[in-house]
Write a protein that binds this ligand. Structure first.
Ligand code: PHE
Length: 379
């Protein structure tokens, strides 16, 4: 009899304790939810895949070390398909349905520009790993990025063409319907002219075309020493192929949009003798870079590109900010981001007053179908 009563009491206490615990669990989430966004399908799918890899790899490493604020990080990664309308939907869903506390994303400036106002008005901090268009962080004080911006990138490209390749005449070809492509082309032009060079043709093309011969024919009529292509890799590969077909043997110069393992598949031999500005080189001999390259390659079966490296760093900055803030409150994370100094694989990330980091660019040469590190240019 006595034992039964004790047993009942023990059971009751057990039930009470577990009820209290589950009650607590409901009020206090056991994980911290963050979102990621990238174009996993569509015109630049390698960008999205690399971004997702870098994002998930950093989270896995942090979780293995015990997480942030004693909690594991839970992730949802959305595919914006390289389309601004899709991007807006993905951001909206991450915030209102998945209830993420912050977002890493997205890649293409035109898509980030669609997502940023949603984060800003919801008070959800976001950091784009790779969107270089100037306007992105101007959306508001919740918007950060982990990369340099196009006024710098375009200037570095022009300096390199003029000083290192000794080019005096340049033709420029870009997608008119894309903020990043157009902005970068303009910054290249501005600096090339300032150096004393001549722009033989400044050719815009509509989004989505695959035959660039009309524009290239005009460009080649001016006998340029270099052609600057500021598009994404799928267009750049085709442009290179078509320009070689029309007899151009000189170098192409481009921006970070050239970075893709698929560039060679699209452009073939035509992309040899090209140079582009980028954020990261896997050949960087710093031990932390080599460790990252080794671990990433072991996990995903290929070396990381700049997209993977910057997603890895952007995610690291965000989680470090949550840790520093001691909270998942949007305004507190934002304030912690403003004061952060983070040593990433792509360099030190520390924000200026416009929430842009000041970082070096690397120049990559394409030689025998391979990316070869050519130079580092400091701001
Ligand atoms: N900078 C590009 C943009 O803003 C995106 C990009 C970054 C693409 C890095 C390739 C490599 O749209």
């Amino acid at each position: 009899m006595k034992t039964r009563r004790i047993l009942t009491i023990v059971l009751l206490v057990g039930v009470l304790v577990s009820m209290t615990l589950s009650g607590c669990a409901k009020k206090q989430p056991v994980t911290i939810k963050i979102g990621g966004v990238g174009p996993v399908t569509g015109e630049a799918a390698t960008y999205g895949k690399s971004t997702q890899n870098g994002f998930e790899m950093l989270v896995a490493e942090v979780n293995a070390k015990g997480g942030v604020l004693g909690k594991q990080i839970e992730t949802t990664f959305g595919d914006d398909k390289g389309d601004p309308t899709e991007a807006a939907n993905v951001y909206q869903k991450l915030i209102s349905q998945d209830k993420v506390v912050a977002i890493v994303g997205t890649v293409m400036s035109k898509c980030t520009l669609a997502g940023a106002p949603i984060c800003q008005s919801s008070g959800i901090p976001m950091i784009s790993p790779t969107s270089t268009n100037e306007k992105v962080t101007a959306v508001g004080d919740y918007i950060f990025r982990a990369c340099f911006i196009d006024p710098f990138q375009g200037t570095v490209g022009a300096n390199f063409a003029y000083n290192n390749l000794n080019a005096r005449k340049a033709g420029v070809l870009f997608d008119n319907g894309n903020d990043y492509n157009k902005g970068l082309a303009e910054y290249f032009q501005k600096q090339f002219l300032a150096l004393g060079g001549t722009i033989t043709a400044f050719e815009a093309h509509p989004t989505g075309i695959i035959d660039f011969t009309p524009q290239l024919t005009k460009i080649l009529a001016g006998k340029p020493d270099v052609i600057y292509c500021s598009d994404y890799y799928n267009d750049d590969g085709l442009m290179a192929k078509q320009a070689r077909g029309l007899g151009f043997t000189g170098p192409f110069v481009g921006g970070d949009g050239w970075d893709s393992p698929d560039l060679f598949a699209i452009g073939g031999d035509a992309v040899n003798n090209s140079y582009f500005t980028n954020h990261f080189s896997k050949d960087d001999q710093r031990p932390e870079v080599q460790a990252f390259v080794k671990n990433y390659t072991a996990k995903y079966g290929e070396a990381p590109d700049a997209l993977a490296a910057l997603a890895y760093d952007a995610t690291g900055v965000l989680l470090q900010a949550i840790q520093n803030a001691g909270s998942t409150d949007g305004a507190k994370i934002r304030d912690a981001m403003k004061n952060i100094e983070y040593q990433g694989v792509s360099g030190i990330i520390k924000f200026d007053a416009n929430r842009n980091p000041i970082k070096s660019a690397v120049l990559i040469k394409i030689e025998n179908g391979k990316q070869v590190y050519a130079a580092t240019v400091n701001p």
